[in-house]
Write a protein that binds this ligand. Structure first.
Ligand SMILES: [Fe+2]
Length: 139
């Protein structure tokens, strides 16, 4: 992967979550950050369900993204504009859902607002961790 990115030199590396296995361990986040930095390319990341601690319920509900924000991004919904392209992160992980994800009506309203702030942009890409559709019987 790293060699491929080094060869292709993409304008942006998009990381759609699950950077770590267990969110309770800062060392895993530090390692993920070192990896991202080693790519030497701009990146945009959204958290996955693994970035929220399942081992520590206090952190899970009171500070679910503490380590993610410390090591990876200060926000869980970053955005990057690359000329006529706008890439928007949308955080589908939720502390009250273990594996599944969801996007709230409030997030969608905010997404519309975020997009409206860039009227001249021709293309928009929205990045989430979880699928936007659920399939009966799978979850
Ligand atoms: Fe996941």
């Amino acid at each position: 992967m790293k060699r491929c990115i080094g060869r292709l030199k993409p304008d942006l590396v998009v990381v759609s979550g699950d950077l770590v296995q267990r969110a309770a361990f800062p060392a895993q986040f530090a390692r993920a950050r070192r990896f991202l930095d080693s790519l030497d390319r701009p990146y945009l990341s959204v958290p996955g369900n693994h970035e929220i601690s399942i081992l520590n319920p206090v952190h899970r509900f009171l500070q679910p993204y503490q380590l993610y924000k410390r090591f990876i991004h200060e926000t869980t919904e970053p955005q990057v504009r690359l000329g006529q392209l706008l890439v928007l992160g949308l955080d589908s992980s939720k502390p009250y859902l273990v594996h599944r994800g969801m996007v709230t009506a409030r997030q969608l309203a905010r997404l519309e607002l975020r997009i409206s702030e860039f009227p001249g942009v021709a293309r928009r890409i929205v990045v989430t961790h979880h699928p936007l559709l659920s399939f009966p019987g799978l979850w």
